[in-house]
Structure formats: C-alpha cells, structure tokens
Design a protein around this ligand. Structure first.
Ligand code: ADP
Length: 291
C-alpha cells in the first residue's frame, strides 16, 4: 500500500513574475509504507520543494498529493493538522530551532502540541531520547550546553516523538564530522527497524544512501530521474554520472572490473556486499576464497 502518492505534482515559485521557476515538475510517485527512501539530486533539483509538499507546508501549483489514498488538500483544516503530525519533517540544521529551557521540553514540544497527556509525552520523550543516543541526564540540561551533534539529535528526537508515519529528514548529517554522521545514520537505521515506519532521507552522499536505503529517488531538474532499488539505480551508474552525480566508490571499482572483462551477477554498491561477491567469485574460480 502506498503511504504517499503524487499525481502530476508540480510546484512553481513566483508564478506570473519574471522569476517564475518550476521547482517540481509533474512528479508521479508512489512510496510504499515501511520503505527507507534515499532522496538524492543536485542542489536546485527540487528535493526540498518536493518534501515540503509531502507534509502540506507548500501547496502544489497543480497535481495532487495523497497520504494513505487521501488528497491532503481536500481535507478540512483540522485534518490537515494531522497530516503534519503524520508526516514529520526535520529541516536542515534543525538545531537552530531549539528554543526551550531544557532538552526534555524541546523534545516534548511536538507531542504536547498534539494534545497528548503528560504520561504519554514522558514515554515518548524518554524513548526517542534513547533512540537517538541521548543519556537520560541530558534531558534536564539546556540545549545550548550540548555539542553540535547532540543538539542535532535532540531536534531529530523532537520530530520522532510525534511518532510520524513518515519521517523526512533533509540532510540530517550536514556539517557533522564522520563519527557524528555515522552515529545519526546508524540510529536512523535502528529506529526504522524497530519502529517500522517510512523514512525519507535527503542526502548528498550516494555512499550513505546506498548503505541505508531500500529505494533511491534521484531528482533532476524538478523531475524524477529514477525511483528504484539501489541495485537497479546503480545499474544506471553511467547515466547517473552524466547527470553529474556520483555513484558509490565501490560501484566504480566494480564497474572498472567489469570493463576489464570480469562478470558479476548483480550490481555492487556497498563494501560489505563487495566482499561477499569477491569471495564468491574467487571460490567459483576454484580458489579457497582467500584474497
Ligand atoms: P534542492 O532542495 O534540490 O536544492 P530546491 O527545492 O531548494 O532544490 O530548489 C528547486 C528550485 O527552486 C531551484 O532552482 C531553486 O533556486 C528554486 N527555489 C527554491 N526555493 C525558492 C524560493 N523560495 N523562491 C524562488 N525559487 C526558489
């Protein structure tokens, strides 16, 4: 069942002015419930505009957006509010939006807005703080006392605490060091496994997307270039590179091996899979599988 569906979704900025710009151009898309989608594309390809339409922040110029089969712009105002709770959006650099006196209050802000009782709010705050690796003693600290990575995780927990069915994150690792980045990505993966919702992760990094996503959506000039499994997307690595996007380093290595006559029965896009593939290949060649 598609949790999100778009039909001819189009968004134009500054309509009727010399600055008119079609940012999202007739996008038809179906995102299945439970998918982990990696959304990738150049700066200006329409990623932010697309995701802001997913939770009703931007109203399409034309076309429809359906959540669970329901056109969100045909809903009453009160129900539209529910859409924002069901499709949670973590903006870029979300830590700039922390404003409460304590981490606890910041994470509790969303659930409180939903009108939940204190006990349920408390459960959610503690559970999501744990999910993003924040120690309980940090909950009573002021957010400004935390490190950059911790603040980012507080902001992510604040959206997770609304328990959205679709969690969208716009470049959640931007500006973090490699450790902070891996930490957030691993936590997202664990959250996805245990929570079972849908995640849409906007990223500049093909490596990250290849490691975590079950589907990859490549945007180019406001249109969907492709939306498929990593395996199928990276089969088109030449075309993707022609768009000026990278493919994972390991895919490039395997493409180079293939151009030298080696044959592999599937597309390689993670290092772990590459290792398995090479060992299998060596065994088939009659070796003992050691390199
Ligand atoms: P991405 O997130 O992939 O970088 P955006 O959705 O931000 O892409 O932008 C898509 C296009 O829309 C770009 O050409 C951008 O310049 C334009 N755009 C984005 N926001 C605005 C705005 N507020 N006003 C006018 N044009 C905009």
């Amino acid at each position: 069942m598609a949790i999100l569906k778009t039909e001819g979704l189009t968004y134009q900025y500054s309509v009727g002015t010399p600055f008119e710009k079609t940012a999202v151009d007739h996008v038809d898309l179906e995102i299945q419930d439970g998918e982990f989608v990696g959304l990738i594309g150049h700066t200006g390809s329409g990623k932010s505009t697309l995701i802001q339409q997913f939770n009703g922040l931007l109203k399409p110029t034309s076309g429809r957006i359906l959540l669970d089969g329901q056109d969100i712009w045909a809903l009453k105002k009160a129900d539209m509010r529910q859409v924002r709770f069901q499709v949670g959006l973590v903006f870029q650099y979300p830590e700039y939006q922390l404003f409460e006196e304590t981490v606890y209050k910041d994470i509790a802000f969303g659930p409180r807005n939903m009108g939940l009782d204190e006990q349920e709010i408390d459960r959610r705050v503690r559970q999501t703080a744990q999910a993003v690796g924040l120690a309980p003693e940090l909950l009573e600290q002021p957010p400004f006392a935390l490190s950059g990575g911790q603040k980012r995780r507080v902001a992510i927990a604040g959206v997770m605490a609304m328990e959205p069915r679709v969690l969208i994150l716009d470049e959640p690792t931007a500006g973090l060091d490699p450790r902070g980045r891996d930490r957030i990505l691993d936590q997202l993966k664990t959250y996805h496994r245990s929570h079972g919702g849908t995640i849409i992760l906007v990223s500049h990094s093909m490596e990250d997307v290849a490691r975590f996503a079950s589907k990859i959506l490549v945007m180019n000039q406001g249109k969907v270039f492709c939306y498929d499994t990593p395996e199928h997307v990276f089969r088109r690595s030449e075309e993707i590179r022609r768009l000026g996007l990278s493919v994972p380093q390991i895919t490039r290595v395997f493409n180079a091996l293939e151009s030298r006559g080696y044959r592999f029965d599937s597309q390689v896009y993670t290092v772990a899979y590459a290792k398995d593939m090479l060992l299998r290949h060596l065994k088939e060649k009659g070796g003992d599988g050691t390199c």
